[in-house]
Write a protein that binds this ligand. Structure first.
Ligand code: NAD
Length: 338
C-alpha cells in the first residue's frame, strides 16, 4: 500500500482524507493539525493519526488528543504528501517536502510554480503520470476544464468565454463576504480562471470574467464555447452524458433549478457532507447554434476537486492503470454519477 500523508485538514483536506481512507491502494498515514479544535478530536476518535508541530504537542494532549508524532515524523512516514493548507502556505511547505525527498500534490490556491504541472484529470492525466509535484487546479478551474476538455476532445474547441458567478465564502467562513452586494472579483479586465485553465489547455483561448455573490453553497458558471465545425444539441448532450463527472440535470423533470435545491438533493441522496463531486449542467441551458455551444453549470466548491486529488495520487504514485480505469476506480469509491 502507498503511504499518503495529508498536511492541512480543512474544507478540502478532510474530504480528501476520507477519500483516501476508502481506497485500499493507499494507506492514510495521518494528518497534520495545527490547532486542537473539534475536527482534531473527531479525526482522533475516527482513529486517524495526528501529527503536530512540536511546540503544540501539549495543547493537543490537554484537549485529549494524543499526537502520533511531529511534522518531521509525518514527513518520514509518508511516501506522498497531499498538501491542503491555506492558499499560499503550500508554497512555504514545498521546501519541507523537498528536504524530505517526498513527492507532493498541491491545491489551486498555490501559484502554478509550486509544481511541475497544473493538473486536471480529463485534460492531462497521462502527462501527470510519474511527476513528483502536481497542482490540482482550483474549484472553478476544475469545473471549467472538465467540460472544456471533454468538448475539446470531441469537437475541437477554438475559444471559450466564461462568466464565473463565484460563491462569496464556504459555509464555515463567517468572516468573508460580500453580504449585500454583487462584486467584481477583480479590477483587472479578466479573472484568473481562464488564464489558469490555459496552463492546462494551452491551445484554446479561454477568457473569463467573474463576479462574487452573497451565497455559500456553490459556484455557477456560464460558458460560451466556439468549436471547429457546426454541431447540434443532441451531439453535445450525448458527449457530456458519457462522463460520470458531468451530471446533466433537467430542471423541468427534477425540479432542480437552483444551487440550494441541488444541495438539498445531495442531502437527500445521503451524500457525505452534501458533497456534489460532479459538474451539474442544467440541460435546458444548453444552447447550440452552428459552431457555438453555451451552457450553465453549477460547481460545488467544497468537493469538486476531491476526485482530481485522488487521480493525482494515482499519477504521482505511478499506479499502472490507464486513465479510464483510474477514473472508474475513483468514481466508484466516491459514488460519483450514482
Ligand atoms: P481551510 O482553511 O479550510 O483549511 C486549511 C487547513 O490547513 C486548516 O485546517 C489549517 O489549520 C491548516 N494549516 C494551517 N497552516 C498550515 C500549514 N502551514 N501547512 C499545512 N496546513 C496548514 O482551506 P481549504 O478551503 O481547505 O483550502 C485549501 C486549499 O485548497 C487552498 O489552496 C484553496 O485555494 C484550495 N481550494 C479550496 C476550495 C474551497 O472551496 N474551500 C476549493 C478548491 C480548492
Amino acid at each position: 500500500m502507498i503511504k499518503v500523508g495529508l498536511n492541512g485538514y480543512g474544507t478540502i483536506g478532510k474530504r480528501v482524507a476520507d477519500a483516501v481512507l476508502k481506497n485500499s491502494r493507499f494507506q492514510l498515514v495521518g494528518i497534520v493539525k495545527y490547532t486542537p479544535d473539534y475536527s482534531s478530536k473527531m479525526a482522533f476518535k475516527k482513529g486517524i493519526n495526528i501529527y503536530v508541530p512540536p511546540e503544540k504537542w501539549r495543547d493537543f494532549e490537554s484537549q485529549g488528543v494524543t499526537p502520533k508524532g511531529t511534522i518531521q515524523e509525518f514527513l518520514e512516514e509518508s511516501s506522498i504528501i497531499i498538501d491542503a493548507s491555506p492558499s499560499g502556505k503550500g508554497f512555504a511547505n514545498l521546501s519541507l517536502y523537498k528536504a524530505a525527498g517526498k513527492p507532493a500534490i498541491f491545491q489551486g490556491g498555490e501559484k502554478p510554480e509550486v509544481a511541475e504541472l497544473s493538473f486536471s484529470t480529463y485534460c492531462n492525466y497521462d502527462e501527470a503520470v510519474g511527476r513528483k509535484y502536481l497542482r490540482v487546479v482550483s474549484c472553478n478551474t476544475t469545473g471549467l476544464l472538465r467540460i472544456l476538455c471533454v468538448l475539446h476532445k470531441e469537437f475541437n474547441v477554438k475559444r471559450a468565454r466564461v462568466l464565473v458567478i463565484r460563491r462569496g465564502a464556504d459555509p464555515k467562513e463567517d468572516a468573508r463576504g460580500p453580504i449585500n452586494s454583487i462584486k467584481l472579483e477583480s479590477v483587472e479586465d479578466v479573472s484568473h480562471h481562464g488564464k489558469d485553465a490555459m496552463l492546462v489547455l494551452p491551445n484554446v483561448k479561454i477568457i473569463s470574467q467573474a463576479v462574487v455573490v452573497p451565497t455559500t453553497l456553490m459556484h455557477v458558471q456560464y460558458l460560451d464555447v466556439e468549436v471547429a465545425t457546426p454541431v447540434i444539441k443532441e451531439q453535445v448532450t450525448e458527449v457530456l452524458s458519457r462522463y460520470a463527472r458531468i451530471l446533466l440535470v433537467d430542471p423541468k423533470k427534477t425540479g432542480l433549478d437552483s444551487t440550494s435545491k441541488l444541495i438539498e438533493a445531495a442531502r437527500d441522496f445521503l451524500r457525505s457532507r452534501n458533497d456534489i463531486y460532479e459538474n451539474v449542467v442544467f440541460e435546458n441551458s444548453i444552447l447550440v447554434s452552428g459552431n457555438s455551444i453555451s451552457l450553465i453549470q453549477a460547481i460545488h466548491q467544497e468537493s469538486i476537486v476531491v476526485p482530481e486529488n485522488m487521480d493525482a495520487l494515482y499519477a504521482v504514485a505511478g499506479v499502472k492503470l490507464p486513465l479510464e480505469k483510474v477514473v472508474e476506480e475513483t468514481d466508484k469509491l466516491l459514488g460519483i454519477g450514482g
